[in-house]
Design a protein. Structure first.
Length: 119
């Protein structure tokens, strides 16, 4: 499958969740990695973390190997404070919580991603 290499940036922090669903469902691993700052932290479960693009890429390669399908949850409005935003989505059996940061070009990227809380 041919995937775009020029990924659209998130104009609003809430866009990151939508881009995640779109990119994960077509197996666009580079597109998923592009949602994160280079030194971002992704909680991968049971207290484990993927830190940085290389580790995040490896995590998504393993996660998407069996081609799971992701459904959008209920995106909640971001809570912003200057260049930071807390994003969250209600999903079946829980919620997600992420911290995004506005980049110099005005787009947003995740700095911290906790995909499963309250579950």
């Amino acid at each position: 499958m041919s995937l775009a290499t020029n990924h659209e940036g998130a104009v609003r922090p809430e866009d990151l969740s939508r881009y995640f669903i779109e990119r994960a469902n077509v197996g666009d691993i580079e597109g998923l990695v592009a949602l994160y700052e280079p030194g971002a932290v992704l909680v991968t479960g049971a207290g484990r973390k993927a830190i940085g693009h290389r580790a995040i890429r490896q995590f998504y390669e393993e996660l998407l190997a069996n081609r799971p399908t992701f459904a959008p949850g209920e995106q909640l409005p971001a809570v912003r404070n200057g260049e930071l935003a807390l994003t969250s989505t209600r999903i079946p059996n829980g919620a997600t919580a992420e911290v995004a940061r506005r980049q110099p070009d005005g787009t947003w990227l995740w700095v911290i991603d906790q995909p499963h809380i309250l579950g």
